[in-house]
Design a protein around this ligand. Structure first.
Ligand SMILES: [Zn+2]
Length: 219
C-alpha cells in the first residue's frame, strides 16, 4: 500500500477511535497528517469522525489550497496549517472535544505539570488559549504562542488540540491530555493535590533519557 493510501486509512482508524472513546460526537473534531511530500491530508467538514472512509479525505498545500478531494476540508484547517508551518518536525495534528479536557478549557484551567510525574516526563503543562471565534483566523492566532514549546493546548470554551511527529503520537498526546484532565478532576473533588517540588521535577526530567532507552530495542 502506498504512503497516501496508508495515511488515509490511518486517519479513518484514529477517527473511529476518537468516536469510540467519546472524544467526539456528531461532526466534532478534525485530524490531519503531513505527507513526505509536504502536503496536508485533512478530514472533511461535516462528517462524523466515526464513519469516515479514505475517499473522503481532502489534500491541501500549506496555504490551504485544495489539491484533491471531493469535499470541503475541515473548517478548522487554518489551525492545522499554522502548526505545520511553525513546526517542521510535526507530521500530525488532532483536535477533539473530550469531555474532561473541554470542561477544563471552559473553566480556563491549564493542566498543571507538577501534579503528575508523567506530565513532567511527557507533555509538560497544557496551557489554555484565548477564546477564538470558531473557523476564523483567530483560532490559529490563539494557538500560535504555544506551538514552539508545547505539544498540546486546551482551546478556551471549545476543546483540545495535540500535535506530534506522527498520527499515533498526536492521538496518544490527546488521550494523555484527557486522562490527565480526568485525574485532576478527581484531585479537585478530593480537595486539592500536592505539587512536586521544582527539584523533584528537575530530577524526573533528568531521567528522560533512561526511559527513551527502554523504549528502544534491547542491546
Ligand atoms: Zn472543535
Amino acid at each position: 500500500m502506498d504512503e497516501i493510501n496508508a495515511l488515509k486509512e490511518e486517519i479513518c482508524r484514529v477517527g473511529r477511535l476518537l468516536y469510540d472513546r467519546g472524544y467526539v460526537v456528531s461532526n466534532d473534531g478534525n485530524i490531519s497528517v503531513r505527507s513526505s511530500e509536504g502536503r496536508v491530508w485533512i478530514t472533511p467538514s461535516g462528517v462524523s469522525k466515526g464513519r469516515m472512509t479514505p475517499d473522503m479525505m481532502v489534500c491541501t498545500d500549506l496555504d490551504g489550497h485544495v489539491l484533491s478531494g471531493d469535499r470541503y476540508p475541515s473548517s478548522e484547517n487554518k489551525m492545522h496549517l499554522m502548526v505545520y508551518r511553525k513546526r517542521p518536525d510535526v507530521r500530525a495534528v488532532v483536535h477533539a472535544h473530550p469531555p474532561y479536557s473541554t470542561a477544563c478549557a471552559i473553566c480556563r484551567r491549564p493542566l498543571k505539570e507538577r501534579y503528575l510525574a508523567e506530565m513532567v516526563l511527557g507533555l509538560g503543562e497544557v496551557p489554555v488559549t484565548e477564546f477564538a471565534m470558531l473557523s476564523t483566523d483567530q483560532v490559529p492566532r490563539s494557538v500560535e504562542p504555544f506551538v514552539a514549546d508545547h505539544s498540546a493546548v486546551l482551546l478556551a470554551n471549545h476543546g483540545a488540540l495535540a500535535w506530534g511527529p506522527d498520527l499515533w503520537a498526536a492521538f496518544d498526546r490527546l488521550e494523555v491530555v484527557e486522562q490527565t484532565a480526568r485525574i485532576y478532576q478527581l484531585v479537585d473533588q478530593i480537595g486539592g493535590g500536592v505539587e512536586l517540588t521544582q527539584k523533584q521535577a528537575e530530577d524526573l526530567r533528568a531521567r528522560t533519557g533512561f526511559y527513551q532507552k527502554l523504549a528502544g530495542p534491547r542491546s
